[in-house]
Design a binder for this molecule. Structure first.
Ligand SMILES: Nc1ncnc2c1ncn2[C@@H]1O[C@H](COP(=O)(O)OP(=O)(O)OP(=O)(O)O)[C@@H](O)[C@H]1O
Ligand SMILES: [Mg+2]
Length: 345
């Protein structure tokens, strides 16, 4: 393992439930994964599969009715040792220091990151000054209002904003959608986080701008040596940006491995369904066969394999009774499906 592949974030057996008026919603059910320095892990799955909840747990941004299982571990490696984020008080100083410092975040909607009443520059400078110790450790130097402003301008230039020196004093609503997305990336990266969490950051953008933003993110990731968690429901986006992929369904990871191999030879029937819904690269024609059937309500998780109610290859008596464990396919790939487990047909 090279230094650039050091595990930066390791999640073990993460479980998250919501207490609701209708009952317990099990949103994340025993999820484990590793994000490595300088690499991107894509998390893909349909709406409601638990992608956002799993990654919001990492920054402890869950609503008050959420509960993280006591046995969960969210281990972040830092220069001064390892911290288990799952064990920290959600509103404590330590979590605030990690959020926006060691861990940067970008979302689909830039207005979730920006306040409408302050200029872009003011908000970037505030983040830089709040995390000035972290930033100084990452890139050296010291930060006061003047140097923070210069750093913010450099970051805006770095994400391709023309006239950054003027734009920095604009309000978020004065920028176009694409520019706002760039400003949000600049804000998230201005503290040089070691981990970037990107939750559908390009979904709202048109295809050309989406491709530009993805390229920019890859470039910045290489430059800063960050680990990245990239969340999307789009396998095509995963293919462009992530070396590794974890496929989620109803709160569980059903398949994982290097993206290229998973796409070339998907093992789980759900992954095959997701890929069949992609436009063909050679003909450009979209086969209109998304995975048939609806995702069951998380209030009524099916017994056994969560996917068995929609699975074209379900084996009655097995898949509807027993939750499949993770079966390794080789050194880097695994699948949670009875077709591959012990005693498989
Ligand atoms: N505050 C909440 N209270 C109750 N249930 C919630 C809450 N937030 C999320 N959930 C449930 O948790 C499950 C996972 O939601 P999550 O937002 O992580 O899905 P997702 O994979 O990110 O979907 P999308 O692609 O739509 O963003 C869903 O069933 C959702 O309804
Ligand atoms: Mg989501």
């Amino acid at each position: 393992m090279t230094a650039s592949e050091r595990p930066l974030l390791e999640i073990r057996e993460l479980g998250v439930s919501f207490d609701t008026d209708e009952g317990m919603v099990r949103a994340v059910d025993g999820v484990s994964f590793v994000a490595r320095q300088g690499r991107t892990l894509g998390i893909v799955g349909e709406s409601g599969s638990g992608k956002s909840v799993a990654t919001k747990a990492v920054i402890r941004l869950l609503p008050a009715n959420a509960r993280i299982d006591p046995g969960s571990a969210i281990l972040l490696r830092r220069d001064d040792g390892e911290v288990d984020i799952a064990g920290l008080p959600a509103k404590g100083r330590e979590v605030r220091r990690l959020r926006g410092g060691d861990i940067g975040m970008i979302f689909q909607e830039p207005m979730a990151s920006f306040s409408p009443v302050y200029t872009i520059g003011n908000q970037m400078m505030e983040a830089i000054l709040e995390h000035r110790d972290h930033l100084a450790r990452r890139i050296g130097g010291s930060f006061d209002r003047k140097t923070a402003r210069e750093h913010a301008i450099r970051m805006l230039e770095r994400v391709g904003m023309s006239n950054a020196r003027l734009r920095i004093d604009q309000y978020p609503h004065e920028l176009s959608g694409g520019m706002r997305q760039r400003a949000m990336i600049a804000l998230a990266l201005s503290t040089h986080p070691s981990l970037l969490i990107a939750d559908e950051p390009t979904t709202a953008l048109d295809v050309t701008i989406q491709a530009q933003i993805l390229d920019l993110m890859l470039e910045l990731q290489q430059e800063l040596g960050m680990a990245m968690l990239f969340i999307t429901h789009d396998m095509g986006v995963i293919a462009q940006i992530a070396e590794d992929v974890a496929v989620m369904y109803l709160g569980r990871i059903v398949e994982r491995g290097p993206t290229r191999e998973v796409i070339r030879e998907p093992a789980h029937p759900y992954t095959r369904g997701l890929l069949a819904a992609l436009p063909r690269l050679d003909t450009g024609r979209r086969r209109l066969t998304p995975v048939p059937g609806d995702i069951p309500s998380p209030l009524q998780r099916p017994a056994g394999c969560p996917f068995h109610t929609r699975c074209p290859q379900r084996m009655p008596g097995l898949c509807d009774r027993l939750v499949p464990g993770d079966t390794p396919l080789d050194a880097t790939r695994s699948v949670a499906c009875h077709l591959y487990g012990e005693g498989a047909p």
